[in-house]
Design a protein around this ligand. Structure first.
Ligand SMILES: Nc1nc2c(c(=O)[nH]1)N(C=O)[C@@H](CNc1ccc(C(=O)N[C@@H](CCC(=O)O)C(=O)O)cc1)CN2
Ligand SMILES: Nc1nc2c(ncn2[C@@H]2O[C@H](COP(=O)(O)OP(=O)(O)OP(=O)(O)O)[C@@H](O)[C@H]2O)c(=O)[nH]1
Length: 442
């Protein structure tokens, strides 16, 4: 059976209160060892002295709370020690726990892994716990909470149930057929499978918004050297993240800042100025990276120096597409800025701040368009996408299968692909990978 695990559940370092969590069959006896008293009633917070069981040294006056299996986060007996968040208090308690038999420090994600293994959460819900902890913006939090509430898991489990019924139907046909049936899937089951394949295709065809919302929308600032790209990044980030200099070719490597635009997470990247004649191979590599980042970005901000109008850098013009916001910078120095209405430029001055609000609004609009989640839950990980793609391919194969036996096998494969997303079937190999990215104590 499971050993008992413990870990600091709150952030390490000095804090007002720190919570140490213990889960497993020895959680109660560990608490008794620290308090020297009978266990408090479950789910009732009690103020009590904690002592080192070996030396009797006072460790803290703590608030303790206990949950009994299976009514706890992990489904096991759980004890929480709400401590004064001093380093010596926390280390004293952790060291005392280490001396108790049957206890060991938890691995990253191990509490949530146990919750999964005890049937408290499916895998998509467990993943959402990690996403909620990582959520930095409102939209990310909303998506994580929805998934943690089981919205995605229910969708996939519902699909899987439909496949189970379709499979039963196909198997019945096989069992009761007098001879080998001609053709593959019976007419009654066909629309079920085709319909589900269509629903999965529509679910997959979401522009990757759930995944992007988790990771942040990638926006790349591109433009000629000295157009003011770094100045613009700093102005949007409201800090000096990138070096600004009058020397062309200052930015070489990509500088990233994380922004919250109206609740949407954005990774804004400053790139090397595009020019033909790079000063050296470092700048040349910088330009290569800039082009690569521009190609992979979800949205580009093409920055032009308004003081050179009507001349606009041709290399930058080349990159403009429907995912591009055009910016004329240095409008504090330029007089004629109304020359290219076809590009619908946003006029800004990174120096004075003029126009930045309009640019932020435009970028927020782009972010909302690419990331906003609708009423249906979105898939949020490459793992989900791969399994759904596999599921759909199996369904399409089932529809084309020449024999019902072959169709049945394809439907089984499709069902298993769905089951792996929620963790209903063969996931042992997946679990280490999924829970490895969690924090300790979660
Ligand atoms: N102190 C503390 N705060 C916390 C947590 C925690 O573990 N400890 N959580 C942890 O991440 C989150 C809350 N999540 C929880 C989820 C389930 C149960 C629980 O006891 N579930 C039981 C009983 C359900 C009920 O009473 O309705 C169960 O599922 O059977 C507790 C916390 C956020 N805040
Ligand atoms: N007057 C004025 N000067 C600006 C403005 N934005 C940037 N500059 C100046 O233009 C020069 C180049 O700015 P950067 O932000 O380093 O330009 P960049 O496009 O990142 O340049 P590279 O790193 O060489 O590609 C600096 O001297 C800035 O102070 C602006 O809005 N108005």
């Amino acid at each position: 059976m499971f050993t008992t695990i413990y870990a600091l559940a709150t952030a390490p370092g000095r804090s007002g209160v720190a919570v140490v969590r213990i889960s497993g069959p020895e959680a109660g006896s560990a608490l008794a060892a620290l308090t020297g008293r009978p266990l408090p009633a479950p789910r009732r917070a009690v103020l009590t002295k904690l002592r080192d069981p070996r030396s009797g040294d006072a460790l803290d006056d703590a608030l303790v709370l206990r949950f009994t299996a299976p009514a706890s986060f992990t489904g096991e007996d759980v004890v929480e020690l709400h401590l004064h968040g001093g380093r010596a208090v926390v280390s004293g308690v952790i060291e005392a726990l280490a001396t108790l038999p049957g206890l060991r420090l938890a691995e990253p994600g191990e509490f949530t892994r146990r919750a999964f293994e005890n049937g408290k959460l499916d895998l998509t819900e467990a993943e959402a716990v990690a996403d909620l902890i990582d959520a930095e913006t409102n939209a990310q939090r909303r998506q994580a909470l929805r998934q943690m509430g089981g919205a995605l898991g229910r969708l996939y489990d519902g699909w899987r149930e439909r496949l189970t019924r379709a499979l039963a139907h196909i198997e019945a046909d096989i069992d009761f057929a007098e001879d080998d049936l001609p053709g593959g899937v019976a007419d009654a089951v066909r629309p079920v499978i085709a319909g589900l394949a269509g629903e999965i295709a529509a679910h997959l065809d979401d522009g990757g918004r759930g995944e992007r919302l988790r990771e942040g929308l990638h926006i790349a600032i591109v433009g000629a050297p000295n157009a003011g790209k770094s100045s613009l990044l700093n102005a949007l980030a409201r800090r000096d993240a990138a070096i600004v200099s009058a020397r062309a070719g200052t930015t070489r490597d990509i500088i990233e800042v994380h922004l919250d635009l109206g609740g949407y997470p954005v990774v804004l990247a400053d790139t090397a100025g595009l020019r033909e004649a790079a000063a050296d191979e470092v700048e040349e590599e910088g330009i290569r990276r800039a082009r690569d980042r521009a190609a992979r970005a979800d949205v580009k901000v093409a920055v032009f120096d308004a003081t050179t109008l009507p001349d606009l850098d041709p290399a930058t013009l080349d990159l403009i597409d429907r995912d591009t916001v055009v910016v004329f910078n240095k409008t504090d120095l330029a007089t004629a800025t109304d020359l290219r209405p076809d590009l619908s430029p946003i006029l800004v001055s990174a120096r004075t701040g003029a126009g930045l609000k309009a640019l932020e609004e435009k970028l927020t609009e782009f972010s909302a368009d690419r990331l906003a989640i609708g009423s249906a839950p979105s898939l949020t990980r490459a793992r989900h996408r791969a399994a759904l793609t596999e599921c759909r391919e199996s369904l399409l194969r089932a529809l084309d299968a020449p024999l019902p036996e072959l169709a049945a096998e394809d439907v089984r494969l499709a069902s298993r692909a769905l089951g792996r997303i929620t963790g209903r079937v063969d996931v042992e190999d997946l679990l280490d990978v999924i829970f490895r990215d969690f924090c300790i104590g979660k």
